[in-house]
Design a protein around this ligand. Structure first.
Ligand code: ADE
Length: 421
């Protein structure tokens, strides 16, 4: 290794997507190792719209491990961060940086410290599982920096120990988190079912629902469910195994009707086991329920499901449509029922892939006021509109897995000081 007092900094920047489960993870059989009581399946969302970017740097001039999240220094002392750092360090190998003329030997990693800076391209306050993208990105990028040779499945098993659902963000496309059987958790890892090119027609619209109330964290919520719910055992042992194999089949066959029925049923059962917890946990609110009603009414008015909905541990709706045409009709309905507050501008109300707006025939805020009521609720006069109940919409799609960003201008740490830019 180059001399101790020298100024070199070696760094890597990575980007990891977030994911949304369509067969839900709820309940652990081992709290320390984060081992789930059932398999789960997710869609990886386009990192362009929903991702974490993380730069990790190593230098002999660093005196301790440090981390900055969205520009603010945060403690790395938490057990979840410590586990991820420890597990990756254990697997570190020799690294050569030819440009700087540096060789970091395998045994050097134990005493070298790292700086980490991470940034989420969506508000953490939106309640969109930022820790899944965050831990996936941290573990993936550290593994690249330290030249870890293990495959993505094994890397996902380390990310799992930071945040359970993070393991599914190690792959793009459609991913299963296999619960595994081993007591040490070595077989509880992510498996890619199909990559992001498999089913490109799907459109995902996320309704970020305004919520004043503080939600129960997923960690304590699932612990309370496992301890008190009589339904959770039935769900984990009897319902989910059948749904997982049917969902795998629906994804393989691009069978949207089956996909939608399974995703909606599983979201509803997850919220039912939350209600079955003592004291009951409410993650959805009135707006979430209204969105379910509008989708159910629309789906039942057609021959086959038009949209799938799924809700995580919060009130936001994740809506999946089989193609752009249907997504445009969905967006019309959503904008009709949940228009923005006055003086909001359209470009901040619908973000991500805004081109769906053109397909929906909405090019200005004025267009939203003049939208026609959906045909399936023509019988209901006056039409109900809930202004401001949705903060904004994110239009996105199924996307790719983690990547190293080679463009040095995207690094979040200064290449000389190793401190946030
Ligand atoms: N938790 C939430 N966002 C995160 C990120 N980007 N990195 C690590 N942990 C996080």
């Amino acid at each position: 290794m180059a001399e101790e007092g020298s100024k070199w900094v070696v760094m890597v920047t990575g980007r990891s997507p977030t994911n949304i489960a369509v067969i839900k993870y709820w309940g652990k059989r081992d709290e320390g190792l984060i081992l789930p009581i059932n398999d789960s399946i997710s869609l990886t969302l386009d990192p362009l719209h929903l991702s974490a970017t993380t730069t990790v740097a190593v230098s002999p001039s660093f005196s301790r491990d440090r981390m900055w999240l969205n520009g603010k220094e945060i403690p790395l002392s938490g057990e979840r961060y410590q586990k991820c750092l420890r597990e990756i360090r254990k697997r570190a190998n020799e690294v050569s940086d030819e440009k700087q003329g540096i060789k970091i030997k395998k045994e050097d990693w134990e005493r070298l410290h790292v700086h980490i800076s991470s940034y989420n391209n969506f508000p953490t306050a939106a309640g969109l599982a930022s820790s899944a993208a965050g831990f996936a990105c941290l573990v993936y990028t550290l593994a690249k920096l330290m030249n870890v040779k293990e495959d993505l499945g094994q890397i996902s098993s380390i990310a799992r120990q930071g945040s359970g659902s993070a393991c599914r963000s190690l792959y793009g496309g459609f991913v299963k988190w296999a619960m595994g059987n081993n007591a040490d958790g070595s077989d509880s890892l992510a498996i890619q079912l199909a990559d992001e090119t498999h089913w490109t027609d799907l459109v995902v619209i996320i309704a970020v629902v305004s919520s004043k109330q503080k939600e129960t964290s997923s960690t304590s919520g699932m612990r309370e469910t496992v301890q008190t719910s009589a339904l959770i055992k039935h769900r984990a042992e009897t319902v989910v195994p059948v749904r997982v194999s049917k969902m795998e089949e629906a994804i393989q066959n691009r069978d949207f009707a089956s996909f939608a029925k399974l995703a909606c049923a599983d979201s509803n059962q997850f919220h039912a086991v939350c209600l079955d917890t003592s004291p009951p946990i409410f993650y959805m609110n009135d707006t979430s329920h209204r969105i379910i009603n509008l989708v159910e009414k629309w789906n039942h008015s057609e021959e086959t499901p038009q949209v799938a909905y799924t809700f995580d541990a919060g009130p936001n709706a994740v809506l999946i449509s089989p193609n752009r045409k249907t997504a445009a009709l969905l967006l019309q309905r959503l904008l009709f029922h949940f228009p923005p507050n006055q003086d909001t501008d359209l470009s901040s109300f619908v973000v991500g892939d805004k081109s769906i707006l053109q397909d929906a025939g909405v090019t200005s805020m004025k267009d939203i006021e003049t939208l026609e009521p959906p045909t399936e609720c023509k019988d209901k006069v006056p039409y109900q509109r809930f202004t401001g109940d949705v903060s904004y919409f994110i239009c996105t799609r199924v996307g790719s897995g983690p990547k190293v960003l080679t463009d040095e201008t995207l690094a979040l740490l200064d290449p000389i000081t190793g401190l946030p830019k």
